[in-house]
Design a protein around this ligand. Structure first.
Ligand code: DGJ
Length: 754
């Protein structure tokens, strides 16, 4: 709900309020963002913008000697006129950065929202937007800041549009999506950082006076620093979450002033960014997504609900996602139709639903040095063509999926030989190479047209049901030969706009196809991509131990339905760690499940296990893909995850013992989130015991399956006391786990309300 009371704008969601006001001078002054406020009596006494003027701080003018631009809680700060903190906007008329003072002009509250940026959240009849128009005191520059409210999800979107009202071109050097000033400085910052194979690991640190920056300069939203971040007030535990609907270079700056205030700025990274804004033109920023909650878990769930409802769209929204087999780690580039069909046969027998043909099926692509860009099938691999192969997959009762990496070109390819000018390179300079490939200039309409035509042909001819869209290198050597790109500073952003244009066209042409984006694993896991592709490949690292952090970090901001999670071989290709296939499944189950290993090489026991896992996953798929996910805090060396259906009646819960404790301690499992007055039935997932693992020494460990546990427990007991799990060594509790759990051993339980 959005309302204006006197000079206050009050934006409220079910559990939060965001308030700012217009001062008599026209300056905008943020008042509060926090728990919902309905009664506004006394609001005039809240603001603390006018704190003590100690020393030489500039004030606005002689009529307002207590209005210090450097102390105002601004909503869109500009440089030069006294506010020395991080600014949201920077413009150059040709003479360096312009000094500005943005003042309020008018506003509009309306149903829905203006969707002019290509990657944007959807809206419906419940959505409302506040548009506030500001302009500079002297220059004919207008800034429109937007606030769109999603009440049920407790989410607010912020974005800005910069309009050049002058009669000449202006150089835009930065334009943030969001700037908020908090009147506190007691924050911890939670960020999600990493690199290839260790994406989105959660880090927490104190914010201290000075600027802390998270950003990406890779040309993607990156695995180094995600645009997802939280700040948590140390004194109250209140949480503010931030994300961006954008897939390119971004920056999140946290500027703690020595005056007890914290400014958060998010948006396109000003690094190597410039935009030529011609007279009369406007520049629309991507949308920033914010939420407020009393705890990190609640904030993450608000983001999950929002993403499932307003970011993911089309036929796959809220739809159960298929269990897939991907051939990448089973074959790498050693492809043959015979091998692939043997894999498909086994997959069909074990209950899989989708077969994904990964890299190496096209052109001269027999290894990663050549062929990228030539999107025609290799008859060396598929003598009868791709259509015939797809038909054979479909005949086996499986859907057919295919891998592509459209944005790239190998210098050793027909495409590069024909169109070297399509690759991003600087004339006269040797370009940086990565994985033997160069990046295609997606700002060029002719490049996009070539890709659209080639991919459209492949997808339609082979009746493709699923596409894995990969992107495997950083963008360097900024230069575009396209006339649309007015200088190097525009390329990174135009590249992303180009990608959105191409993806948008293909997604529209193939509305039933399930698209999964990928960038060397999770190097472009962001809300921009999710607007077009409902799933993302989380990480190339499928090691179950590393995945505990990668998946838990990812789920801090993105729902399970978007998170590709696969079971791969043991020892794992990324870690050489050995683990049970049942444990690998238990971890991968909390996402969109897939396997990427050679099923034909699995032992009989493991095949039986996989069959059971898939059956189990299908039965509880709704809980795993769309349930409310929370990690349960634990002091022991373990991870406990649970996911509950939105109706709250079925819960999947999994426990991973990272290190098997050498004690006889009997843990109690307490589930505080269940309802006290209800009755629950708790069952374990029966798992196949690998006989060869244990030998014949112990009678009790030598059963084919672990014992079935099926108990009734009152909500009162399980929420308050917990139930005994039995010593982890030789389990003997009610759960009757008749084998040691082992390092990275797991247990999965299903709890249903009776
Ligand atoms: C990188 C991806 O992350 C992998 O899953 C795989 O598709 C390879 N590329 C193929 O080259």
């Amino acid at each position: 709900m959005i309302r204006k009371e006197k000079n206050y704008f009050i934006i409220s969601t079910e559990r939060s309020s965001y308030i700012f006001r217009v001062l008599e001078t026209g300056h905008i002054d943020h008042v509060m963002y926090g728990a919902r406020i309905d009664d506004t009596e006394g609001l005039d006494y809240v603001s603390e913008s006018f704190d003590l003027n100690i020393g030489t701080v500039p004030y606005y003018d002689e009529e307002h000697p207590h209005l210090f631009p450097d102390r105002i809680l601004s909503e869109y700060p500009v440089p030069g006129s006294g506010d020395t903190r991080e600014c949201a906007l920077e413009l150059d008329y040709g003479n360096g950065t312009e000094t500005m003072t943005l003042l309020f002009r008018d506003y509009r509250i309306y149903k829905g929202k203006d969707n002019s940026f290509p990657a944007h959240a959807e809206c419906d009849e419940e959505t409302e937007t506040l548009e506030v128009r500001l302009s500079d005191e002297v220059l004919p520059i207008t800034v429109v800041i937007n606030y769109t409210v999603y009440e049920k999800e407790d989410v607010i979107l912020r974005s800005a549009r910069i309009i050049n009202g002058t009669d000449h071109c202006v150089r835009l050097k930065r334009a943030a999506s969001l700037s908020i000033d908090f009147p506190y400085d007691d924050f911890d910052l939670i960020s999600f950082d990493g690199a290839w194979a260790r994406e989105r690991n959660e880090h927490r640190r104190h914010l201290l006076p000075g600027i802390t920056v998270l950003d990406s300069k890779l040309g993607t939203s990156s695995n180094e620093h995600s645009p997802l971040a939280y700040i948590v007030r140390r004194t109250t535990g209140e949480v503010y979450g931030f994300n961006l609907i954008y897939s390119g270079n971004h920056m999140e700056a946290f500027d703690v002033s020595p005056f007890g205030k914290t400014r958060v700025t998010t948006g396109i990274n000003p690094f190597m960014f410039e935009w030529m804004l011609e007279s009369g033109e406007s520049f629309q920023t991507p949308e920033a997504v914010i939420t407020y909650a009393g705890s990190l878990d609640d904030a993450a769930l608000s983001f999950h609900h929002f993403i499932n409802r307003y970011i993911v769209r089309g036929e796959w929204q809220y739809r159960e996602r298929p269990v897939l087999i991907n051939n990448w780690e089973a074959t790498y580039f050693a492809l043959s139709e015979e091998k692939l069909l043997a894999l498909a046969d086994k997959a069909a027998e074990l209950g899989f639903e989708l077969f994904v043909l990964d890299d190496g099926w096209f052109g001269d692509r027999r290894n990663d040095t050549k062929g990228l860009g030539d999107w025609t099938v290799s008859h060396e691999v598929f003598p009868n063509g791709l259509e015939a192969f797809s038909e054979k997959i479909h005949e086996r009762g499986l859907k057919f999926g295919i891998w592509v990496e459209p944005e790239m070109v190998n210098p050793d390819s027909d495409l590069f030989r024909t169109h070297p000018e399509w690759a991003i390179m600087i004339p006269g300079r040797k370009p940086a190479i990565s994985r033997h490939q160069l990046v295609l200039d997606m700002s060029r309409p002719d490049v996009r047209e070539y890709l659209y035509t080639s991919l459209e042909k492949v997808f339609s001819a082979a009746s493709v049901d699923y596409v894995k869209w990969d992107m495997n290198r950083t963008i360097t050597d900024c230069f575009s030969s396209s006339s649309e790109c007015r200088g190097n500073g525009e390329l990174m952003h135009r590249y992303i706009l180009g990608i959105y244009d191409l993806m948008g066209r293909l997604v529209k042409r193939f509305p039933s196809v399930l698209f999964e984006s990928c960038a060397s694993g999770g190097n472009r896991y962001d809300l921009g991509m999710l607007c077009f592709m409902p799933q993302t490949w989380t990480s190339d690292n499928t090691d179950l131990y590393h995945r505990l952090w990668i998946q838990e970090g990812t789920l801090r901001g993105f729902p399970q339905s978007t998170m590709g999670a696969h079971v791969s071989a043991s020892p794992g290709h990324q870690s050489l760690r050995c683990s049970l296939i049942e444990s690998r499944f238990d971890v991968a189950a909390f996402g969109t499940l897939g396997y990427e290993l050679d099923l034909t090489k699995l032992s009989e026991t493991d095949q039986k296990a996989v069959k059971g896992e898939i059956e189990f996953y299908k039965r509880y798929r709704k809980v795993f893909q769309y349930g409310d996910f929370r990690p349960l805090p634990s002091e022991n060396d373990e991870s406990i995850w649970w996911s509950v259906t939105l109706e709250g009646t079925t819960i999947a819960m999994e426990m991973v013992k990272r290190n098997m404790p050498n004690t006889g301690r009997c843990d109690r499992l307490r589930l505080p989130f269940l309802k006290k007055g209800r009755m629950y039935r708790i069952r374990n997932r029966r798992i196949i015991m690998p006989r060869e693992f244990f030998g014949d020494h112990w009678q009790s460990w030598n059963r084919e399956e672990n014992e079935k546990m099926d108990i009734r427990v009152a909500g009162d007991i399980i929420t308050t006391c917990g139930i005994a799990l039995g010593p982890q060594f030789a389990g003997n509790g009610f759960f009757k786990e008749t084998r040691p759990i082992g390092d990275n051993g797991t247990r999965m339980y299903v709890i249903e309300e009776i």
